[in-house]
Design a protein around this ligand. Structure first.
Ligand code: NAD
Ligand code: L34
Length: 325
């Protein structure tokens, strides 16, 4: 790594990336699946200890799955599996896609009042006839393990302790555990969605002297109306690029500063030549890994970490409830 850094500093950008390529020095892969495994192990230990020492019941999580979207079904299954691994009681309530908004809100209200339920999540997207904002705001903020309630978004934006949305938290944890420095660094976030890009940017630029993980970066937030020539202008100067757009191959090698860290949040299902489907990210992995210093794969990068962070938030909800109720 030191060798790579030295040549990165000494030579021009193009020259150093050519050298990296010629000596076959590929980026270090940030293995999200492995790190998620480690976090789940730590959580299992902490939850066991909390249950035994304080005579608590196990934390509990309820997922609401509306409709038959195969990706949503899969993600909720992963969440149930992870809960089992760490000692969280979990269940999924499945609803038809035709469910009325009122019936869904009633169900959330019932779960809000259920003392045996610490965390509630409504897997998104919800059908078009249901308001996503209303649903997110219906969850008791103290049980809002996704961090999507408007109060919790407000707390996040005010740097006050809260439930941080799982994907943003996943990226923070990946950066921390891979020892990627963000203090005073240039970070580009591609994508400004309320659930991913926005909380990501909030955490990255936040002041470490407050309650939330302050990453102290200089953040540029790009989106669909950032012209491509502007996007490349910013990404080329970035020490860290985080892409969360769902645009396949948005990030190419010529957009990346040699040695930079590239975190790929995007997930898109594509059909392969043999008729099978596979998932890919926003980053042209094959190209970019030759230039970047660190890179996350898809699959096996941010996805499994998102699930692990949900477990962390559920444990946080269980502990807070015990204190405040
Ligand atoms: P979204 O559709 O709500 O937002 C996409 C964002 O990308 C928008 O802000 C849009 O302005 C921006 N965008 C579109 N084209 C762009 C371009 N050319 N340049 C720069 N920005 C552009 O989606 P989302 O919910 O934020 O999810 C984004 C991606 O991340 C999707 O592929 C989704 O499947 C994936 N995702 C992955 C995880 C995970 O855990 N790995 C979690 C959530 C979402
Ligand atoms: N309410 N809705 C709510 N909360 C969330 O945090 C989510 N999200 C996103 C979709 N809707 C949501 C998730 O859980 C996306 N997401 C998610 C969860 C898990 C994985 C990816 C996205 C994941 O585990 N991905 C694996 C395998 C993917 C595959 O095989 O299809 C990976 O390695 O990326």
């Amino acid at each position: 790594m030191l060798y790579k850094k030295l040549i990165t500093c000494t030579f021009s950008r193009q020259f150093s990336s050519d050298i990296l390529r010629s000596i076959g020095k590929a980026a270090e892969i940030i293995d999200g699946k492995k790190i998620a495994g480690e976090i789940k192990k730590e959580l299992k230990r902490d939850i066991e200890e909390w249950v035994q020492n304080n005579n608590n019941r196990a934390p509990s999580l309820v997922a609401i799955l509306v409709g038959e979207d195969p990706a949503s079904k899969k993600y909720v299954q992963f969440k149930m599996q992870a809960a089992k691994e760490v000692g969280i009681n979990s269940s999924t309530i499945k609803l038809e896609s035709s469910v009325s908004e009122n019936d869904l809100l009633d169900l959330i209200d019932k779960l809000n009042k259920d003392d045996n339920c610490d965390g509630i999540l409504v897997q998104l997207p919800v059908p078009d006839h249901v308001s996503e904002r209303k649903v997110c705001n219906a969850v008791d903020p103290r049980k809002d393990v996704d961090g999507f309630h408007i109060h919790n978004i407000g707390r996040l934006c005010s740097n006050v302790e809260t439930f941080v949305p799982c994907t943003a938290l996943a990226v923070v944890e990946l950066l921390k555990r891979s020892k990627i420095d963000t203090f005073g660094k240039n970070v580009v976030v591609c994508g400004r969605s309320k659930n991913v890009g926005l909380p990501m940017a909030m955490l990255l630029h936040s002041d470490y002297r407050n309650e939330l993980p302050g990453l102290e970066a200089t953040v540029t937030l790009c989106h669909r109306n950032t012209p491509p020539e502007e996007l490349i202008h910013f990404t080329k100067r970035a020490d860290v690029i985080i892409s969360a757009t769902g645009v396949v191959n948005l990030i190419r090698a010529n957009m990346v500063k040699p040695g930079a860290c590239v975190i790929d949040v995007g997930i898109t299902r594509i059909e392969t030549e043999d008729g099978k489907t596979k998932i890919v990210g926003d980053v042209d992995f094959e190209e970019v890994e030759k230039v970047a210093g660190y890179i996350t794969p898809v699959p096996g990068g941010v996805g499994p970490m998102t699930v692990a962070m949900l477990m962390k938030n559920t444990f946080q909800a269980a502990k807070a409830f015990k204190v405040t109720t």
